[in-house]
Design a protein around this ligand. Structure first.
Ligand code: ATP
Ligand code: MG
Length: 204
């Protein structure tokens, strides 16, 4: 019994040693210091909330953060309520029109998208912003409300130490190529599909 236990312990020790060596090697190999491009896409829940998690982290270190939301929900989101009133280090902007999925006013939406992009562009040229979140930007590109080439040019010429997080379903090839980190949130299930209403503070 003791022998069995000893060999288990030894095996575990060896495994952990190997793991440590591999993690240490990866850490040693990562020598580039710069802001990163992050794309959070896919069909499941968790893209915007993950981006907001990074906002929280950056604010924790006292960094300045910009958040631009390219879609106006049916309700003011919890994050909009919080950021507009509670934090001096954050600039928050939500596309302020009657944009909905059933929009009948394409020209109005394009105008709103361009105005909102202008605000994002200012942040992407300002190195005092450590983190910029472009929430739901992917839709502006897939609806062709914004010119993809112009957007990518601005993303690529941003300050070296600035990290940008783009969220939204269907981030296309150009955005994937631009990003250093791409995560796809997979839907396994969503409460909404069992008839459960979207929840304040959880879903918006
Ligand atoms: P969250 O803001 O909760 O992180 P998200 O940004 O990944 O979600 P969006 O596509 O932006 O997802 O949708 C925002 C809203 O739609 C949230 O209320 C979210 O709960 C809901 N939602 C997200 N994914 C799904 C899904 N697969 N089915 C139904 N509703 C969803
Ligand atoms: Mg979202």
């Amino acid at each position: 019994m003791d022998k069995k236990n000893d060999s288990k312990k030894n095996n575990h020790k060896q495994k952990m040693q190997k793991l440590k060596e591999s993690v240490d090697a990866s850490i040693a190999a990562a020598t580039i210091e710069k802001g990163i491009g992050i794309l959070l896409t896919g069909e499941g829940k968790g893209k915007t909330s993950s981006a907001l998690g990074m906002v929280l982290r950056s604010l924790g270190y006292g960094f300045k953060v910009g958040v631009v939301q390219f879609i106006k929900g049916a309700h003011p989101s919890g994050e909009a309520k919080f950021f507009l009133h509670n934090h001096p280090d954050i600039t928050f902007h939500q596309m302020g029109t009657g944009f909905t999925w059933e929009t009948q006013d394409r020209d109005g939406d394009i105008k709103a998208a361009l105005e909102t992009w202008a605000i994002a562009e200012d942040m992407l040229k300002d190195e005092s912003y450590y983190l910029v979140v472009l929430d739901e930007l992917t839709y502006m590109l897939s609806f062709k409300y914004l010119d993809e080439e112009r957007v990518l040019k601005t993303l690529n010429s941003r300050p070296k130490n600035q990290t940008v997080v783009v969220t939204g379903r269907g981030g296309g090839k150009a955005l994937r190529d631009w990003a250093d980190t791409v995560s796809e949130v997979k839907e396994v299930k969503h409460a909404f599909n069992s008839g459960i209403m979207a929840r304040e503070g959880v879903d918006y």
